[in-house]
Design a protein around this ligand. Structure first.
Ligand SMILES: NC(=O)c1ccc[n+]([C@@H]2O[C@H](COP(=O)([O-])OP(=O)(O)OC[C@H]3O[C@@H](n4cnc5c(N)ncnc54)[C@H](O)[C@@H]3O)[C@@H](O)[C@H]2O)c1
Ligand SMILES: [Zn+2]
Ligand SMILES: [Zn+2]
Length: 497
């Protein structure tokens, strides 16, 4: 217990520090090689700004000192910003500029609200600062590129991935893009995890302080460097909604089935019928799994999935106990158990109390249930996000049953090319989870209905409505997506209420 409290206070201290954000008020002072912010503090040496003030806008020149900004104070955009738990605000912000030679700036056409955004929304994820621009699942058109961007050009239609990779470091070289060694300068994360993982768009400062894509424009660092690392060029004749989720949740769901090595004959149980869990069930089906079970207490989500995924079995944990229900379906337990829930959903009062009193940051409730239910020698694939420490983890059952636990942030860049081909051929249909399209101004409502699970919400797409953005028939008017009836998901993106 002493060790846990020591760990927690270390973690608390680490997460309390916060990092400097990619702030619109920050300007760079070029004093002949020494970069400083406008308050005179030297910039942290980090790859994010390795190109110095390239392309930054000159804001002021006096006494031989040129002040440049990585934002354009004269051109404004709308952006979704975090102002505290359950307080999302759409505000005007200056547009981003190319600051590094390998940057691209995107004009965003669609972005989505992810289950990971809910951790920020609820104030559960550490390291947020008031005014942070959020959003890590987005696509659009390339507006501008830096001089070292080789593979994408102005006007290209692209999907961005949520994790920011350099494409060249040791992790990136072996396809572990979400573990990129150089795109996250957070010392806090290094303290928490013993290493830094990749920077993420629009997420907490422990993931690199990058602004997010729930905005009219966003700067994509390393966009187009090397092998088009963080941008995927996509065809012009496919609607945004079919492509957008390659950015994150479609790739993540596929990644879950990769972690579990799901294939013909595998039995799979999935905890969480959010977009991640439903698309994991879809992926498992595409990969030929024998039996697929989806578990949640939100009956509307289970019904939505069952109506779209033939042969899917569902368990409502509010109505029946999970273990006996699974035993009836798979005597001895499923081969693969997928965790698509995440750290903020406590099931027991005990863990809810521990989280509330800061005795732990995350809950072991769900992982323990997977360990309990999985067949001996089976695999647990965890895509649900966890940030810190849990108490009461059933390590004994895990060890004695000889289980394997695999987890991670998705290396989107590793999978999105093959997934794009499957979307093009109609084999994969990410639109099956999209229930709402709203204009970006309605982002506060989007977060609320997604979190509260009201209005039949499963996945919300935010439309920025900038001109010339999408193929005909795919422009949003806002509201519930009415074309997502069973069997017609392919037309969902083009039909709005
Ligand atoms: N690993 C990655 O790279 C990655 C990428 C995207 C999302 N995620 C994470 O994946 C998770 C799912 O994302 P989402 O968009 O589907 O989120 P979501 O919040 O919509 O879905 C979570 C679902 O879990 C259900 N749930 C809660 N408690 C449960 C329990 N005890 N048993 C079964 N189900 C339970 C909720 O009712 C909800 O439907 C989140 O934790 C998100 O942060 C991870
Ligand atoms: Zn996400
Ligand atoms: Zn890298």
């Amino acid at each position: 217990m002493a060790a846990i409290s020591q760990g927690m206070s270390k973690l608390g201290a680490a997460v309390g520090l916060g990092g400097g954000r990619d702030d619109d008020t920050r300007a760079q002072v070029d004093t002949g090689g020494n970069l400083q912010d406008f308050m005179g503090h030297p910039f942290e040496k980090n790859t994010q700004r390795s190109g110095g003030n390239l392309g930054g806008k000159v804001v002021r020149t006096s006494g031989g000192v040129t002040v440049t900004s990585n934002k354009d104070p004269d051109r404004r955009m709308r952006a979704v910003t975090w102002h505290g738990p359950r307080q999302m605000v759409v505000e005007e912000r200056p547009r981003p500029l190319i600051t590094d030679p390998t940057d691209a700036v995107l004009r965003v056409t669609s972005s989505a609200v992810c289950g990971s955004d809910l951790h920020l929304y609820l104030g559960s994820a550490p390291g947020m600062q008031r005014g942070d621009v959020v959003g890590h699942e987005f696509m659009g058109f390339v507006e501008e590129v830096g001089p070292e961007v080789k593979h994408v050009k102005k006007g290209d239609r692209v999907v961005a991935c949520f994790d920011i990779a350099c494409g060249r470091c040791r992790s990136c070289s072996r396809g572990a893009f979400s573990g990129c060694d150089v795109t996250n300068s957070s010392k806090d994360q290094e303290m928490m995890y013993g290493a830094r993982t990749a920077g993420l768009f629009g997420y907490a400062h422990v993931t690199g302080s990058y602004e997010g894509g729930q905005a009219d424009f966003v700067r994509v660092p390393f966009g187009g460097a090397g092998a088009d690392v963080n941008l995927l060029q996509v065809p012009s004749d496919i609607p945004d909604n079919k492509l957008l989720l390659l950015s994150d949740i479609m790739s993540t769901a596929w990644f879950a089935t990769e972690l579990g090595a799901v294939g013909p004959g595998t039995s799979v149980a999935i905890w969480g019928a959010g977009p991640g869990g439903i698309l994991a069930a879809h992926s498992a089906q595409v990969r030929g799994a024998r039996d697929i079970v989806l578990i949640d207490n939100q009956q509307y989500r289970l019904d939505h999935a069952a109506a779209r995924i033939p042969g899917l079995t569902t368990i409502n944990f509010g109505k029946e106990k999970v273990k006996p229900a699974l035993e009836r379906l798979f005597p001895g337990g499923p081969d693969v158990c997928i965790e698509a829930v995440g750290f903020h959903y406590c099931k027991s009062m005990a863990h809810a109390a521990m989280v509330k009193t800061l005795l732990e940051t995350d809950t072991a409730d769900i992982l323990n249930e997977l360990i309990y239910c999985c067949r001996k020698g089976g695999t647990i694939a965890c895509i649900g996000v966890y940030v810190g420490l849990v108490n009461g983890f059933n390590i004994g059952a895990f060890m004695e049953k000889g289980l394997t636990l695999k987890a991670g942030q998705t290396p989107v860049q590793k999978y999105w090319g093959q997934l794009l081909e499957m979307v093009k051929s109609g084999k994969l249909d990410p639109t099956m989870v999209i229930t709402h399209e709203l204009p970006i101004e309605d982002a506060p409502r989007a977060y609320k209905i997604f979190n509260d699970k009201t209005d039949g919400c499963i996945k919300v797409v935010l439309k920025t409505g900038t001109t010339g953005s999408e193929p005909p028939g795919a422009t949003a008017t806002g509201g519930q997506v009415s074309g997502s009836e069973p069997g017609t998901a392919a037309s969902a993106s083009a039909t709005k209420a």
